[in-house]
Design a protein around this ligand. Structure first.
Ligand code: SAM
Ligand code: SF4
Length: 328
C-alpha cells in the first residue's frame, strides 16, 4: 500500500477527464469568460489507462472518474474500459450531473463502471435553474433512473448547499431516503480560485451541523451508520425506518485531512496532491517524453510522499484552480 510522508495510506485516485461542462453551477463555473483546455492537452484514453496501470502497481484500489462533466467526453467508454483493464477488481465510480446518462449508462456498466454519484442540489424545478444553471430537473431524474436500471448502484446523490439558494430544500432531498435506497450526501460549500464563485462560496456556506438540525426537526432523529471505510469523508446516518442514508461531507467545519486517502489527476495530466492546495506533479510531460509504466509508478510514489496535510481555508487560502478543473 502506498503511504505518504505522514503515514496515510493513499489508494484512491480521482481522475478528471474533461474540464468542460454542460451546466454552470453558481459556485463552480461563471456563465461566461472561461477558457477550456484544447483537445490535444487532455490526456488520451490510452494515457489515462497507463496512469491507472501505474497506480495499480503502486497499490491503488479505488478510482473515480469526474470532470467538469465526464459524460461530455466522446471516448468515455474507452476511458472506463482502459481503467478496468488496468485492474479487474478495482472499484470504479463516476461523479456526474447525470443529464447524459440515459444514452450511455448501460455501455458504461458493460465497460466496467461500478456505480455513479449524481449531483442534484434541489428537487425544486425553478430553484434548480438558479443553483445548477442550465439544468433541467427532469433530465437529471431520468439520469438517476437510467443509472439504476443499468445497475450502477448503490446510487449516491451529491448536493452542495448554498445559503439563500437551496438550503430550504435539504429536507425534501433527505426525505427521498425514506423510500429510495440512495445515499443522499450534503457537501459543505468550498471556495476555489479568486473569482466571483469563491466569494459566493465564502458567503454561502451552511455547516453540516445546521443542516442536521433542520433535517431532524422535520424528519426525526438521524441514527449514525458505521463508516464503510476509515477514510470515508462522509458521515452517514439513517432516518427512522429509512431505506437509504443521509450523509454529511464537512470539509469546512470538520476537515478530514488526517484520514485523506486520495490524490487527483487533472484532465491535462497533473497529479494534484490536495483538493485545497496547489501542490502538484506534471505526469503528462513524463508520459509524452516516452516514460513507461515503471517510471510513472516511480513518479507517483515520489509525488505521494510530498502530499501535504491540512488545508488553510480558515486563513483564506485555497487552490487556484476552479472545481471544474479539479473534479471534486
Ligand atoms: N460535473 C460533475 C458533477 O457535478 O457531479 C462532476 C464534477 S463536479 C466539480 C464534482 C462535485 O463537486 C459535484 O458533486 C459538485 O457538487 C461538487 N462541487 C462543485 N463545486 C463545489 C464547491 N465550490 N464546493 C463544494 N463542492 C463543490
Ligand atoms: Fe458542472 Fe459539476 Fe461544476 Fe456543476 S459542479 S458546473 S455540473 S462541473
Amino acid at each position: 500500500m502506498p503511504r505518504d510522508g505522514h503515514g496515510r495510506i493513499i489508494d484512491y485516485l480521482r481522475i478528471s477527464v474533461m474540464d468542460r461542462c454542460n451546466l454552470r453551477c453558481s459556485y463552480c463555473m461563471p456563465m461566461e469568460g472561461l477558457r477550456f483546455l484544447p483537445e490535444d492537452e487532455l490526456l488520451t484514453a490510452q494515457e489515462i489507462s497507463l496512469v491507472a496501470r501505474a497506480a495499480v502497481r503502486c497499490g491503488f484500489r479505488k478510482f473515480r472518474i469526474t470532470g467538469g462533466e465526464p459524460t461530455l467526453r466522446k471516448d468515455l467508454i474507452e476511458v472506463v474500459a482502459g481503467i478496468r483493464a488496468a485492474s479487474p477488481d478495482a472499484e470504479i465510480g463516476m461523479t456526474t450531473n447525470g443529464i447524459l446518462l440515459p444514452g450511455m449508462a448501460i455501455a458504461l456498466r458493460q465497460a466496467g463502471l461500478n456505480r455513479v454519484n449524481i449531483h442534484i442540489d434541489t428537487l425544486d424545478e425553478i430553484r434548480i435553474r438558479q443553483v445548477m444553471r442550465l439544468a433541467d430537473l427532469n433530465k437529471i431524474l431520468a439520469g438517476i433512473e437510467a443509472a439504476e436500471q443499468a445497475g450502477l448502484v448503490p446510487i449516491k446523490i451529491n448536493s452542495v448547499v448554498v445559503r439563500g439558494e437551496n438550503d430550504d430544500d435539504v429536507v425534501e432531498l433527505a426525505r427521498q431516503t425514506l423510500t429510495r435506497p440512495w445515499g443522499v450526501r450534503f457537501i459543505e460549500l468550498m471556495p476555489f480560485g479568486d473569482g466571483e464563485e469563491a466569494q459566493t462560496a465564502r458567503d454561502g456556506v451552511v455547516s453540516s451541523a445546521e443542516l442536521m438540525k433542520r433535517i431532524t426537526a422535520t424528519l426525526g432523529e438521524l441514527e449514525p451508520v458505521a463508516a464503510s471505510h476509515p477514510s470515508d469523508e462522509c458521515r452517514n446516518f439513517r432516518l427512522p425506518d429509512a431505506v437509504g442514508t443521509v450523509g454529511f461531507i464537512s470539509p469546512v467545519s470538520d476537515p478530514f485531512c488526517s484520514s485523506c486517502s486520495r490524490v487527483r489527476l487533472s484532465a491535462e495530466g497533473r497529479l494534484l496532491l490536495c483538493l485545497l492546495r496547489d501542490d502538484e506533479a506534471d505526469l503528462r510531460s513524463l508520459i509524452r517524453s516516452g516514460a513507461g509504466v515503471v517510471q510513472i509508478q516511480e513518479a507517483l510514489e515520489a509525488a505521494i510522499l510530498l502530499k501535504p496535510v491540512g488545508h488553510s481555508l480558515a486563513d483564506g487560502i485555497t487552490a487556484s484552480r476552479r472545481m471544474h478543473q479539479i473534479g471534486g
